[in-house]
Design a protein around this ligand. Structure first.
Ligand code: HMG
Ligand code: MG
Length: 306
């Protein structure tokens, strides 16, 4: 039987901020990571070693990663798209040993999104990422994999679950310890994410616990999808305080499902996350204020009004 612990991956410093138009100060990002660490979340995605021409907001990731306070019980993965990004991280770790021991690699289940996001085909991205993963593992880093657009593509519409399954298998075969299934556009519904998960289970032969749910909430289905995936055995959920987030290459998509609503619902349903909901609510409210946005978390706003 599966345990009732659900691991929360707090993606607000990366997915939450990457699409903000005005540059968020490095000190604010570091303070966000510091506050998140006090909420009990076991994983905080700290930034991206991607091209600053493509995603200017993540251009200060080296400064964020070198400046952030780290707790030995928390993982701080960073996105790495290619060898250039891994070399940047390697150089940083030479002078700031132990700031992170994990990278996240990312590809997609549709050709158009893969091209828009990383300027290459799915096959090319897998070749790149295989090399990145091998080198990262040789450096002693853990590698997490993302499959984007598992429940629909902003350019192609419906996505074949078999394509999701094939990409999940490729990521597992190259050595990812976990694969996160991304509903990038945030328009999936439970039966659609279930089909993506089922195809991934079939192609990888991995248990449901191997997968993470990464749901954006554009159409307000994010929490339904997360709870459905957890019922199906998924035990890792990616979320962002304040419902921050969005991918610059997924036009119109909005934030990640908010951590506050996920944690509220999981605790009410008898799952444990090891996180403090009140503290998450405070961090969501604080960062929303810092970047001048309305707090997008329904649970957060409701709890603050009580
Ligand atoms: P490219 O233009 O094909 O790459 O981009 P290139 O190798 O031709 O390099 C172009 C320039 O970028 C060069 O600079 C490189 O040095 C530089 P120039 O010579 O012109 O001055 N460059 C880099 N700089 C810093 N770090 C690097 C790097 N690589 C090249 N790593 C590339 C290809 C992959 C680099 C680009 O497409 C890219 O950076 N894409 C990242 C896009 C991104 O970050 N998207 C958001 C994250 S994914 C996401 O949000 C989805 C997720 O949340 C899950 C979900 O919701 O589905 C994870
Ligand atoms: Mg995302």
């Amino acid at each position: 039987t599966r345990g009732n612990f659900v691991k929360i991956v707090e993606v607000s410093p990366r997915d939450g901020l990457q699409n903000e138009k005005t540059i968020v100060p490095t000190a604010t990002k570091i303070e966000l990571i510091r506050r998140l660490a006090e909420t009990g979340v076991p994983v905080i995605e700290a930034g991206s070693f991607v091209s600053p021409k493509w995603v200017p907001q993540m251009g200060d990731t080296p400064q964020v990663v070198s400046g952030m306070p780290v707790s030995p019980s928390i993982s701080y993965p960073v996105l790495v798209p290619n060898m250039r990004g891994l070399e940047g991280l390697q150089k940083l770790l030479e002078t700031h040993k132990g700031q992170t021991d994990e990278i996240a690699i990312f590809t997609a289940a549709s050709e158009s999104f893969c091209k828009a996001n990383t300027n290459c085909s799915i096959a090319e991205s897998l070749t790149r990422l295989e090399e990145v993963t091998a080198k990262a593992k040789a450096m002693g880093l853990k590698v997490r994999g993302y499959v984007s657009v598992v429940a629909g593509c902003p350019y192609e519409g419906a996505v074949d679950p078999e394509a999701v399954g094939r990409v999940s298998k490729a990521l597992k075969d190259m050595g990812c310890y976990e694969v996160s299934l991304g509903d990038t556009i945030g328009a999936g519904t439970p039966s659609v994410v279930e089909a993506a998960l089922n195809a991934s289970l079939k192609h990888t032969n991995a248990p449901a616990e191997y997968f993470a749910a990464h749901c954006h909430d554009t159409m307000n289905t994010g929490l339904a999808n997360v709870l459905h995936m957890v019922r199906l055995g998924v035990r890792t959920v990616d979320a962002a305080v304040g419902g921050l987030g969005g991918c610059p290459y997924s036009p119109g998509a909005t934030g990640n499902i908010d951590t506050e609503s996920v944690v509220f619902a999981l605790h009410a349903e008898g799952y444990e996350t090891g996180t403090d909901l009140n503290k998450l609510v405070d961090v969501g409210e604080w960062i929303s204020g810092e970047i001048g946005r309305r707090n997008m978390s329904n649970a957060g706003r409701a709890m603050l009004a009580q």
